[in-house]
Design a protein around this ligand. Structure first.
Ligand code: NI
Length: 170
């Protein structure tokens, strides 16, 4: 199990490196990410959230209930997006904070799997939201970058308050 990095750590706002080696270490890292995500009751996790600045993210809207629903995305790119959805969103790097974020209703992505093979995937609704959120992480973009300046300031104030109180962690 890995520790989850919370907002304020510079690794979360860096652009990640492209993965070029598809080996047993990568498979192990992704398995650890999945276990860490499940333990934290999340629906997705990106490698920077465990302090690894590489373009790896996972989404599992069943939180580990159905292994077939795990989407592993290495070096993902959004190919197409359409429509708009607005809904409450959370992030394991922002414990106990949610905010309404606008996302595309539908997306089409391409990514590599654990063997390095490229695949395409289409998603809509909540799955599309989760995929966009995780891919954002790989570009150093956080949900706070997707809201108004006012909302961002409110969240930052909450974070500072909890940092001072020593309660800003997962
Ligand atoms: Ni997140």
């Amino acid at each position: 199990m890995r520790e989850i990095v919370v907002f304020g750590d510079p690794v979360l706002t860096q652009k990640t490196k492209t993965v070029t080696i598809f080996d047993a270490d990568l498979t192990r890292l992704v398995a650890e990410m999945h276990q860490t995500m499940i333990k934290a009751h999340g629906v997705g996790l990106a490698a920077p959230q465990i302090g690894v600045a590489q373009a790896i993210c996972i989404v599992d809207t069943t939180v580990g209930e159905d292994p077939d629903q795990l989407v592993i995305m290495i070096n993902p790119q959004i190919l197409e997006s359409s429509g708009i959805q607005k809904d409450e969103e959370g992030c394991l790097s922002f414990p106990d904070i949610t905010t309404v974020v606008e996302r595309p209703e539908k997306v089409k992505i391409k990514a590599q799997n654990l063997a390095g093979a490229w695949f395409e995937k289409e998603a809509e609704g909540f799955l599309a939201r989760a995929i966009c959120h995780e891919i954002d992480h790989l570009n150093g973009v956080l949900m706070t970058d997707r809201v108004s300046k006012l909302k961002r300031e409110i969240i930052k104030k909450k974070v500072v308050k909890r940092q001072k109180a020593g309660t800003w962690h997962t």
